[in-house]
Design a protein. Structure first.
Length: 199
């Protein structure tokens, strides 16, 4: 069981949603959400964005992240949100969202290499690490491309709980909420509305 840091704000203890363990781009999109006391943005400044990238093993702790780079990370998050919405709605995404993803992909293009493991030869795409922040953006964008073009995209959905804007992968077709907490909140609100409406 994971130890809880009692000094950290309560919203950092939120449970990851289904799919974040396989696609870090889902975790990125879910860095902006609402809790009972208001909106939370885990990337609201360069320091917070740096911490998020380090916690997700996308950036070495010793590498600084500037305001421009953290702004690019937030822009990629919003582009991914727009692309997810377009994919689930079956519509074309906004041109700037597609351009934002493609710009992040090109920020640190990977070089194909041949790797030889105990299982034999395989292709390995090694990202350009000359600019670690750009490499992190490129990896996040590549992860999103894998999600949007893979078989898991059919399970991609936004939480149906009012006020929750987190995206997740449904484990079964009937699932509508990212966590049981959201599901319980919706059921409690329905029960309260029924009770308040009864004479």
């Amino acid at each position: 069981m994971r130890a809880v840091d009692h000094e950290a704000p309560v919203y950092l203890h939120q449970l990851p949603v289904p799919g974040e363990d396989r696609y870090v781009c889902l975790a990125l999109v879910n860095t902006r959400f609402t809790v009972s006391h208001g909106r939370v943005d885990l990337l609201d400044d360069a320091e917070a964005a740096h911490l998020w990238l380090v916690r997700h093993a996308l950036l070495p702790d010793r590498v600084d992240l500037g305001a421009r780079q953290s702004g690019r990370l937030r822009a990629l998050r919003e582009a991914l949100r727009a692309l997810f919405e377009a994919r689930t709605a079956g519509t074309r995404p906004p041109a700037d969202a597609l351009e934002g993803l493609n710009t992040a992909l090109a920020a640190a293009p990977a070089t194909p290499q041949l790797a030889w493991t105990a299982d034999g030869p395989r292709r390995a795409d090694v990202p350009d690490t000359g600019n670690p922040a750009a490499a992190a953006l490129s990896l996040l964008a590549e992860d999103a491309v894998d999600l949007l073009t893979g078989v898991d995209v059919e399970q991609l959905t936004e939480c149906a709980a009012q006020g929750c804007a987190r995206w997740f992968l449904r484990s079964h077709g009937a699932r509508r909420w990212c966590t049981t907490k959201c599901g319980n909140r919706v059921r409690a609100a329905r029960a309260y509305a029924r009770k308040a409406g009864s004479p």
